[in-house]
Design a protein around this ligand. Structure first.
Ligand code: KG4
Ligand code: ZN
Length: 332
């Protein structure tokens, strides 16, 4: 069967077409139109601008996906779409477009949770990966450790109580004058530095939840205190070391506690090279199989939504009628 997926939850207008049979997944097209350059001058995503560019770009992205995959609309079996969480106006463009396509083609409409999509990116990279496993989902909006029991069942085991880790990367980067999106730029500068600055970590007594607002505030205070003396590369390295250690320490404790031996990374921050290296090391030291998503599927894309949507569809989950609405926040 062939499914088409749409992702517009933030600043990427993305459409993918997937051909799938049981667990054989063949990606026929994966078109991502990024708006990063439109938002850069504002230092972050401006929701209203994001919605407008999704509206402007989505027909073009669809045409490109159909052309690339040599697929006719009449060959599609289902339309999958990210319905949340994300920027409400941005999501609405994708959801409305998906509803119109499904209605006009008279085929099922399948809603996909954005995080389920990030997790499903791993199935594209690792053909042998099957649930159950534990996933560390780290992006601009999420820092979750999730038990993936099967293709459509998820349980949150730990999450951030304030900022997401990607948000912390972006905010720290902005404070030291790096362009949006700060994460990759901060990581680049960190390669030239040493972890000389001591930064705090937050640990709750009663859970393995995360908190990144404390480290963000400490970094801002440090920037003001150091002034001209600040070594930006060392600060980037210190920050990156600190947060990646915390993410993997909590993940390891949960893996050991649950006796789970399969671990995946997911989400935009899983492109981070330090996090990837440390995850592999943690796996080696603790006899845990670590699966890293291909870098091109870490940040927002529709290929991951197509995979998650396909599994929803064949498991008769999240099939919607035309009352489907976008949701800015929604539990997985
Ligand atoms: O998954 P994603 O594209 O969008 C959300 O669902 O939020 O993640 C975007 C986030 C941004 O905060 C960005 O700075 C971060 O992922 N990111 C990185 C790297 N690449 C992207 N953070 C650290 N290191 C990277 N290499
Ligand atoms: Zn995302």
């Amino acid at each position: 069967m062939k499914v088409l997926a749409i992702e517009t939850s933030c600043d990427e207008t993305a459409i993918a077409i997937l051909e799938a049979h049981e667990n054989n997944l063949k990606l026929l097209a994966n078109i991502v139109s990024s708006q990063i350059n439109k938002h850069k001058k504002f230092g972050g995503v401006v929701p209203e601008i994001a919605s407008r560019y999704h509206t402007k770009n989505i027909n073009y992205v669809l045409d490109k996906a159909l052309l690339k995959s040599k697929t006719k609309l009449s060959e599609l079996d289902a339309i999958c779409v990210t319905s949340g969480p994300g920027l409400i106006g941005a999501l609405l463009v994708g959801v409305s477009f998906a509803k119109a396509l499904a209605y006009s083609l008279n085929i099922p409409l399948v809603e996909v949770h954005h995080i389920a999509g990030h997790i499903a990116a791993n199935y594209l990279t690792h053909k042998n990966l099957k649930p159950p496993f534990i996933s560390l989902v780290v992006s601009g909006g999420h820092s979750h450790i999730i038990q993936v029991s099967d293709y459509t069942s998820f349980k949150v085991l730990a999450k951030t109580r304030d900022d997401a880790v990607g948000e912390a990367f972006d905010k720290v980067a902005r404070q030291i004058g790096l362009d949006y999106p700060g994460g990759p730029n901060l990581s680049k500068l960190a390669k030239k530095g040493k972890a000389t600055y001591k930064l705090p970590t937050t640990r709750f007594e009663d859970s393995l939840d995360f908190s990144f607002s404390g480290i963000k505030t400490s970094v801002i205070n440090l920037i003001h205190k150091e002034g001209e003396k600040l070594n930006k590369a060392n600060l980037c390295k210190s920050f990156e070391e600190n947060v990646t250690n915390v993410l993997l320490e909590h993940s390891k404790e949960i893996l050991v506690m649950k006796g789970q031996k399969e671990f995946t990374l997911a989400g935009g921050v899983s492109a981070n090279i330090t996090l990837r290296k440390k995850a592999l090391k943690m796996g080696k030291e603790n006899d845990i199989n670590v699966y890293l998503p291909d870098k091109k599927y870490t940040t927002d894309n529709a290929a991951m939504i197509a995979v998650a949507g396909y599994y929803n569809f064949i498991n008769h989950k999240n099939i919607c009628d035309l009352t489907l609405n976008a949701k800015a926040s929604i539990n997985i």
